[in-house]
Design a protein around this ligand. Sequence first.
Ligand code: MN
Length: 270
Amino acid sequence: MKLTGLKLSEPLKAPCVSGITEMAPLSRPVFVSDLHLSGRNKKTVLGFLWFLKTQAKNYDELFLLGDIFEYWIGDDASSPAEPLARALRKYASLGKRVYLMQGNRDFLIGEDFARHCGAELVADGTVVECSGKRILLSHGDKWCTLDDEYQEFRRQMHDEAFQLMALRMTVEERIDFAKKARAQSKKTKTERSREMMDVVYDEVACEVFAKNCAHVIHGHTHRPAHYVYDNFTRTVIPDWDLDDKNRPRKGWVEINSAGEPQVVLSEHFF
Ligand code: MN
């Protein structure tokens, strides 16, 4: 199958330097991440379309905080994501605000695809305001600093010159490159401890304090939880996998009536 998609903006901007960092205060936000959508997890895709049609209506701002896709090789190869783009546009047309952030797998998502979804691309590390509190938003992988090897790989992938070079390659060349990178990551993953794949408290706290926030919300680790520390709270968004027969799961993070972020694990199954 030949992948097609949007025409990339000219002049081409590297996704790592794209995205807004400021926005109007939020009223009823919902935070989703780590859907890891691909052609292989149809139930998860359907589950997220169900979420957009039903649950998402209870909120006013939808944040997709990274790894919505298992991989992303450029907005000009976005055709498989068309059903999702259409559903997001429909949701946005109800007067909802939609924000899209890059994760570590879909780090090449750019402003062209965000616009196509009726969304705005939002930069990792953006601060939002809700119920009078400042909330730091991130995918979270940048704080997994015990994993030197991963951080080195991340630095390479987030290099502006590299991204521009990659987006100028043909789609076929990029597919080949992504497959090799994925195989390499699978090979090394087994050697990593559980601790190495979690965020480091000091790294998170440093950014939370520098940006004067009361809360931080992130994904990436697939360990949904709400932590209360002395000076801030940290809420980890659940990952989704409805194709996993043994442990089908989905969920999101909302702001509860007390103005605190809260994990919602959804019990609804198909
Ligand atoms: Mn991730």
